[in-house]
Design a protein around this ligand. Structure first.
Ligand code: AMP
Length: 307
């Protein structure tokens, strides 16, 4: 698959690497993993697009965003199911390669590398380098490893396969030191303790669905960003009485409510797509335009819990 990039890259002056809005570890892991590797291997100007202000970037090595010049441009979009979710303008590019592991809803690339059953986009990219027998710099290996462990929750989720472990093994061979990456990633602090306490004290249960809601005021008083507020969604995982669990956070600047949906065995992506979202069968994102839509969402979820 890497030949698809390598065979055409020389006709381009620059390569822009994109990923989705509301980035998670896999979005950054795949985008930055590819960036550090291509920077090492290519003579082209490599540019990163998308909002680069997330706290998650503290886990990654430094990078330069770069500036877009005139000239022929190749775009590579990582981890993004549909055109609307790309954080950046792909019309800047003469040719676009999509690399993704979400359910296929929009093959917007000129070349589409879509592996629906991969546990992460970072896994797909790591395996591309492995299959090409290439070594990658440690910054790239670390980024891809973070993407893999973030998206699979340290190899816990059901999408984890033998391929996931092959990718991880290749990255360890490239020099990844697991404990150096895990310590900052999994170390908890007083804020985590307070948020967890808040969630256990304030979550709601409707039928077999559990959810917590963090308003903008709650986020401020807990001293966390909206993105961080969603990231505690699995605090409600692994309870036998909940089949579906979710985090709802107020996104005040946009006047919307971001929903992170998770489940054990019940596919939630179709319900997510009815609420301006989508994603994976057991992990999807959605948006409510007002809290009045919450009852409707809960009713749709109740229905799928009882089929
Ligand atoms: P989140 O709850 O935001 O962490 O999202 C869970 C998964 O669903 C991630 O893989 C996201 O990339 C994906 N996802 C979130 N929102 C959407 C959407 N609107 N369309 C497609 N996929 C989404």
């Amino acid at each position: 698959m890497l030949d698809k990039i390598f065979n055409i890259k020389d006709i381009y002056d620059q390569i822009i690497i994109y990923r989705h809005v509301n980035p998670d570890l896999d979005a950054f892991g795949s985008q930055l993993g590819l960036y550090y590797a291509l920077k090492d291997m290519c003579h082209q100007n490599i540019i990163l697009l998308g909002d680069m202000t997330s706290d998650l970037l503290d886990y990654f090595s430094p990078f330069e965003i770069g500036s877009i010049n005139a000239g022929k441009t190749l775009g590579i979009v990582c981890d993004t199911a549909n055109r609307d979710r790309i954080d950046g303008d792909i019309t800047l590019c003469d040719q676009v390669i999509k690399i993704d592991h979400h359910l296929i809803v929009d093959s917007y690339g000129d070349i589409n590398i879509e592996v629906e059953n991969a546990a992460s986009c970072s896994e797909i990219i790591a395996l591309m380098f492995q299959h090409a027998h290439l070594d990658i710099p440690i910054e790239a290996a670390n980024a891809l490893y973070l993407g893999i462990v973030g998206e699979s929750n340290r190899f816990l989720y059901s999408a984890t396969s033998a391929h996931t472990f092959h990718a991880a093994a290749y990255l360890l061979e490239q020099g990844v030191k697991i404990t150096e990456l895990y310590e900052p990633l999994y170390m908890k602090n007083e804020i985590d303790l307070n948020v967890t306490k808040y969630i256990y004290n304030h979550y709601h249960q409707v039928d077999k669905i559990a959810y917590y809601y963090l308003s903008d005021d709650d986020l401020k008083s807990l001293n966390i960003s909206r993105e961080k507020g969603s990231s505690y969604v699995n605090t409600l995982a692994d309870f036998e009485q909940f089949d579906v669990w979710m985090a709802i956070t107020e996104y005040k600047e946009k006047g919307i409510y971001r929903v992170s949906l998770r489940s054990r065995h019940i596919p939630v992506n179709e319900v997510a797509s009815q609420f301006h979202g989508g994603g994976h069968a057991f992990a999807s994102g959605a948006t409510l335009n007002s809290l009045a839509e919450l009852d409707n969402l809960l009713n749709c979820l109740k229905e799928i819990c009882h089929v």
